[in-house]
Design a protein around this ligand. Structure first.
Ligand SMILES: N[C@@H](CCC[C@H](N)C(=O)O)C(=O)O
Length: 309
């Protein structure tokens, strides 16, 4: 193991937790190996070894859902941050909604600014942090059902069709998602939490129709938004790259709302998504960027071995 130590900070957004490394200061040679080692839920980064700052939704859990390598370019207005997410399996994701919200708070903690441009592999997105620095909003681009852009191994959209045991709608919100609506929310003992997601998701995640794979979401509409207030949707996501369920997924939350709108399951363009780790507010207008808003928090800081092999 290399003696070289890399400073890091740990953040989470609704329980989707990330090791954050300043890419300009880091000395990580093999980013995939670094992520595989330190994100491991059994043996990875352990908050109890560092000074914890918050009581966030991921507090007490070892490991992380990914490593964000970030580079700040303060000469731009607003400040730009180049974001690269390396996942626990060593793969790189083109976009991460909760990760981008974490990036905004990390950049705010460094600069004091509240508005940022975040460069992701899915495009440049505007982000903002609330005045009390407890929540962040990110522009999420326009969700697409276009089979070439999901991508799908066919030339027609995949809308509410059976795939490997689930009835799914395929949408890209920066990364590919399959969304399956189920009956019964979190309050229903036979509802969304009764599904064995680790059993039903992998065949869909690896289905031939998704040449790049897909994140797999279960969603239950508990309020369709036709009365007072926005729609409310309970959500669970099995993430590609994590290869398991996470406590929250931002691109998944936008995918769920986009699919719900496409299927006519909710009224209006706004919804609250309730993943296990908290609540997210989403807007998916008929045209233009979707938005994602929710809590973000810093958990602890420390150093980690650059080469954990
Ligand atoms: N947790 C993320 C999504 C990260 C990318 C995903 N696992 C993939 O590989 O597509 C989010 O909050 O959006």
């Amino acid at each position: 193991m290399s003696a070289h130590a890399v400073p890091f900070e740990k953040y989470h957004g609704t329980g989707n937790d990330f090791i954050v490394v300043d890419a300009d200061a880091e000395g990580v040679g093999d980013r995939a190996a670094f992520a595989r080692a330190h994100c491991d839920r059994e043996t990875g980064v352990d908050g109890s070894e560092f000074d914890a700052e918050g009581d966030g939704a991921s507090a007490g859990r070892r490991g992380a859902d990914g490593v964000l390598f970030l580079s700040v370019e303060e000469r731009f207005h607003p400040t730009r941050v180049v974001m690269t997410l390396v996942q626990p399996d060593g793969s790189t994701a083109t976009m991460c909604g909760n990760g981008a919200r974490v990036v905004a708070l990390w950049a705010h903690d460094r600069t004091g600014d509240r508005e940022f441009m975040i460069d992701t592999q899915a495009g440049t997105r505007r982000a903002s942090v609330t005045a009390d620095a407890t929540a962040a909003t990110i522009e999420m681009g326009e969700p697409t059902f276009d089979p070439a852009r999901v991508p799908l191994a066919r030339d027609t959209p995949l809308i509410d069709e059976p795939v490997e045991g689930l009835t799914v709608t395929a949408v890209n919100t920066g990364v590919p998602h399959a969304v399956a609506f189920v009956d019964g929310g979190r309050d229903d003992p036979d509802g969304i939490d009764a599904v064995d997601l680790d059993a039903v998701a992998p065949p869909v995640r690896h289905a031939d129709v998704f040449p790049d794979g897909a994140n797999v979401n279960l969603a239950a509409v508990v309020d369709d938004g036709s009365g007072d207030g926005p729609a409310v949707i309970d959500q669970r996501t099995f993430e590609r790259g994590v290869e398991g369920e996470t406590r929250s997924c931002g691109t998944g939350a936008v995918a769920v709302v986009a699919a719900a709108r496409r299927l006519g399951l909710i009224a209006g363009e706004s919804a609250v998504s309730r993943p296990p780790g908290g609540e997210l507010e989403i807007t998916v207008p008929d045209e233009g960027h979707a938005t994602l808003t929710g809590p973000v928090a810093r958990e602890f800081t420390g150093t980690l071995p650059a080469d954990p092999r």
